[in-house]
Design a binder for this molecule. Sequence first.
Ligand SMILES: Cc1cc2nc3c(=O)[nH]c(=O)nc-3n(C[C@H](O)[C@H](O)[C@H](O)COP(=O)(O)OP(=O)(O)OC[C@H]3O[C@@H](n4cnc5c(N)ncnc54)[C@H](O)[C@@H]3O)c2cc1C
Length: 484
Amino acid sequence: MSTQHYDIAVIGAGVIGAAIAAELSRHDVRVVWFEAAHDVAEGASKANSAIACTGFDMPAGSLESQLILESNPDWENLCRALDVPFRRIGALSLAFDDDDAHSLLQLAAQAADVGVDTEFLSGAALRREAKTAAPTAVQALHVPAEGIIDPIRLTIGLAKLAVSNGVDLRRCAPVTGFWHHDSGEISHVVTPGGAVSVGAVVNAAGVNADQITDAADAEPFTMWPRKGQFLLLDRAVGHLVPKIMCTAPTPHTRGIYAVPTTNRTVLVGPTAVDGLDRADKTTDADTLDSVWARAQRLLPDISRRYVTKAFSGLRPASDTTYRLEVSPKVSNLVHANGIRSTGVSSAPAVARYVADLINRNIIELTPKADAKTAVAALPRLAETTTDDAVIGFVARPCATPDEHPMVVCACEHVTAAEIAAECRGPVPATSLDGIRKRTRAMAGRCQGAYCSVGVSFILSASTGEQPGQIRQGEPESQWQADTK
Ligand SMILES: Cc1cc2nc3c(=O)[nH]c(=O)nc-3n(C[C@H](O)[C@H](O)[C@H](O)COP(=O)(O)OP(=O)(O)OC[C@H]3O[C@@H](n4cnc5c(N)ncnc54)[C@H](O)[C@@H]3O)c2cc1C
């Protein structure tokens, strides 16, 4: 048992846990942060549509809408401070017939209710904004303030800030139980590494939040995974999708999206199907065919041969969305879960809301005078050069041996220096997936076929393992090099 006492324990290192840890780290409290996986951003926060939405299609007055609206204006500042790519490119909902046009009228009225600006575009005006948009679309609703963001880098940036400010992040540390005081309050958080004494606990365990509430002997609720399948298109077609595009919602579906990402690829999807298996991230051909067929309505001229990858994400669905409250049964447990579909867009305001709950009900939070508000920004080749310039860059001789300007990942233009930098720092990568999430090396059209060996050698220098022992991701997923 650890003898050290922490004021607050945060459980779960998705975007919600990371935002809460970063917010708490600005205050004069000792925080320990437990994550079951080997890295931060391993749950829903790494596999989503990557939209920093305005909440224009949310019911006015809901907590969800309120927290999205509060987060939205500050993305430019926050992303600059956390070294996170963000662009406010706007979204277009397309109408193909009278029913769709009616649905867009309702959407525009809903947006007006929550105070988000929209404008109607004729079919011709739509195609001036997005040349490749379907010629059969008769109208579109434009929401200029919608943005695209890298949700993985957001989670990692928040984690780096939290750790830089003294939060004790423990990875590979699944919370398995709690000890209680006679009063019923939690006294210790239990993991396979031992029990840790704490004053309060934040349950941000995503789809497993119900297991945490059960283990804490708090009020029961149910969580389940709502799967969304995606296709990822190569960056060669990124310029053909200048804005987020979607079909108008119908009474049965929210429509399908084509989302240009901050790294110039395009996401197509997602589906939304409730399931039971919290580990099932498989994709299937029938669903992906239907995703593609629906996306073709939006962008009929883009060929499916540009698909580089299919993947799925699991939304943490629950009987209550945005469960942000002090447990009615265990008075030092705070729930921050059930954030199913918009957690990336609301995370900064969710974190402030949760800190306020803690401050008013459990522990007084005093701001720390010397708290950091930004993390070091790494020079990233792909973000500072065009594709043509990269070819020149590869050929350029090294300025100094320490600079390591050679490109290791040719698809995504990632240098050895960037990879080495992400093996160090406050939240270092410890696996190939960790490097992929931080730098995009191995995330391009070859999916690591050419560069994973080079990445393994650089990682091995920091982990002390042999290159052939470097893990793909979780401990059981070792990447097996043939060393015989
Ligand atoms: C298909 C899809 C599309 C989406 N599109 C968008 C979008 O465009 N915009 C947007 O804003 N949102 C979007 N979302 C929603 C968004 O991704 C989620 O709301 C958000 O990621 C939830 O974050 P979280 O931290 O609650 O959960 P997670 O990211 O799942 O994190 C929970 C963490 O808790 C850890 N954990 C679980 N149990 C334990 C335990 N016992 N001990 C320790 N740690 C534990 C897990 O390992 C995990 O890392 C989408 C989601 C999906 C799946």
